[in-house]
Write a protein that binds this ligand. Sequence first.
Ligand code: CAA
Length: 247
Amino acid sequence: MTKKIALVTGGTGGIGTEVCKELCEQGNLVVASYVPIEQEVAENWQKVMLEKGYDVKIEACDVSCYDSSKQLIDTVKEKYGNIALLVNAAGITSDKTLRKMEKEQWKSVLSTNLDSIFNVTKHAIEHMLEGNFGRIVSISSVNGTKGQFGQTNYSAAKAGIYGFSKALAQEVARKGITVNTVSPGYIHTAMTDRLPREIQKSIVEQIPMGRMGEAKEIAKAIGFLCSEGAAYITGANLHVNGGMHMS
Ligand code: CAA
């Protein structure tokens, strides 16, 4: 059976890495995109993945840029074929209370976390329409649902992903394409590691399971939504947050 092509934006990141592994284990050909300035890091990442038995392809792309995103999708098609699975995992934080937040912090978070979803999906969807099959999973956040002190930019972007996904889910529901979101809670990654220790401690105190999540736990949820078995799930959001927020 020919392998399906899976594209994971931010694939070399904390959650992205586990998503790449999961989609490889499902038998897909996986392409991870990375920020162009991190080429060396990405190449090392690829080597380590290969040593662990995961043959992941890598492509540079600035997902906050429309043209760079189009180039990525065209390159994947040229080298490997039409994309069937898309996981939008690229994301950044730049936390500050609104009064202290610079315009650049707002713009960078909105363009990397939300414009990127438009930039990449807009082009990848054409591949899926050609094949009458597609799975799109975008990573939102518990903070897109509940809001978070110090994250007006991030919470707004992550909430925007819900609206985008539900609208697109309706547009392509008859074409064999599903569009869903996964909302991680606080997960052990470089992003949460950067938080001051006392803030990390107070966050964990708010989580009924009493611990942060693991990236693998997010990847499993995404893997399920990408599978054939999830064919009737679309426009849905799956919270994976240890009970931190229930909706
Ligand atoms: N609730 C209420 N008040 C709070 C607060 C909170 N959660 N956190 C801080 N405050 C208070 C401070 O004590 C301070 O009070 P005083 O003025 O009386 O001293 C006031 O609010 C303002 O604080 P700062 O001046 O320190 O604010 P700042 O603009 O410098 O920003 C911050 C501080 C960077 C936002 C810091 O509080 C912080 O890092 N918070 C955590 C944010 C967070 O959870 N980010 C998640 C990152 S991981 C992620 O995003 C992944 C995911 O999807 C879950």
